[in-house]
Ligand binder design. Sequence first.
Ligand code: PGA
Length: 259
Amino acid sequence: MGRKVIIAGNWKMNKNAAEGAALVEELKHICADSGCSCCGEVDVVVCPPFTTIAAVVEAAKGTPIKVGAQNIHWADNGAFTGEISGDMLKTSGVEYVIIGHSERRQYFGETDATVNARLKAALKYGLKPIVCVGELLAEREANRTEAVLSTQIRGGFAGITGEEMAGIVVAYEPVWAIGTGKTATPEIAEAAHAHIRGELAAMFGTEVAEKVRIQYGGSMKSANARELVAQKDIDGGLIGGAALKAGEFAALIREALGK
Ligand code: PGA
């Protein structure tokens, strides 16, 4: 399909500035020692907490490692205590931004409408969005996975142009697989990815849908990355726990590339 694999580490609420910089330094050493050039063949992104971004941007300078944030507010600025704007991210050296992670949907009242508003702000500021979708265990058990994904996609991507959509990354993260050690089998994940691509094709046309990179997320690690990314519609991963240790993250990147 010619879609470039994208592996993004979602550090969640882990790693202060010193710890985050140390993790990137360790990643750089691993790559240098092994003479590995994976970061050039695949898009590698790390998404630290806001207060760790500056240190990680500095540590990643001159390397192919890209930096992402974990959220963005929809307003340009103003009375929104505790929020961070697109301009603040962009001017901090951030290139990517995760939007609508299931933990934000679950604990912080994120809806498809707020996802859509944040997505539009990210595009306005030239940030590359990673938009998360995924079903709860109860929804899967009630055979509602496809309906849930369709609703999230239709709401989340409303009012987006085809040109914009082609540059957006979608992360399929079945909520029951996040942090639980329960990975979706490659077959289960592929079926969901194919459904997502079909829904995007219905909204934006096949040509656009074929360009969209769809990551899998949920207990992805070096031991299962290869078979997941080998699936036709799986173009990388959004990694939580396995992104917090440099050695494991580097191994996962190599496996995802099939090396
Ligand atoms: P996990 O988290 O890899 O620890 O399951 C993935 C995510 O929530 O993005």
